[in-house]
Design a binder for this molecule. Structure first.
Ligand code: SF4
Ligand code: SF4
Length: 166
């Protein structure tokens, strides 16, 4: 009699475990399906904010960027994807030599989208865009210049002089 009870118990337990497993399957089966009809939905497709589509350089409406050509992003890039071309010029105000960015070259063909460049930039000069269509017929077209033609370094606003507290 005892072995028969154990037999029934094991059947009930087996069915219970089966139903538990099927619960997840049924929940997913009944969930509304999200299928992207790409490329038909190209015009209205919205990528999520954190998507790393392509590296870009942030420019303001005066065509100014924040890149000081320090090269930190280039040094941190594990794949040699970034190339900073810079030159030294004389500052008109101070007469001191300073480095300026000529070209910020980014080869998306070798980028692994690790974010080391963006997270290490001290000026927040580069950021991710959600653009994801990069197919080209020639690999050389995957190398992009991120600084706009004629763009210049953003002039930092001078902080107001400190007022002494009596
Ligand atoms: S993007 Fe940032 S880290 Fe890279 S060179 Fe410019 S300022 Fe330096
Ligand atoms: S995301 Fe990574 S691989 Fe791509 S450019 Fe930045 S540091 Fe280099």
């Amino acid at each position: 009699m005892k072995s028969f009870c154990n037999y029934i118990k094991s059947i009930v337990l087996g069915i219970w475990n089966l139903l538990l497993g099927m619960k997840i399957t049924m929940l997913n089966f009944l969930r509304p399906k999200i299928t992207e009809q790409y490329p038909e939905n190209r015009g209205k497709q919205v990528m999520f904010e954190r998507f790393r589509g392509s590296l870009t350089m942030v420019h303001n409406d005066k065509n100014e960027h924040g890149c000081t050509a320090c090269g930190i992003c280039q040094m941190n890039c594990p794949n040699g994807t970034i190339k900073i071309v810079s030159s030294m010029i004389e500052d008109a105000e101070t007469g001191k030599k300073k480095k300026v960015l000529d070209k910020y070259l980014y080869d998306i063909g070798t980028c692994i989208f690790c974010d080391m460049c963006v997270s290490s930039c001290p000026q927040q000069a580069i950021a991710w865009s959600t653009e994801f269509e990069h197919a080209v017929f020639n690999r050389s077209k995957l190398v992009k210049q991120l600084n706009n033609e004629g763009s210049t370094l953003k002039v930092k606003e001078k902080s107001a002089p400190k007022t002494e507290v009596a």
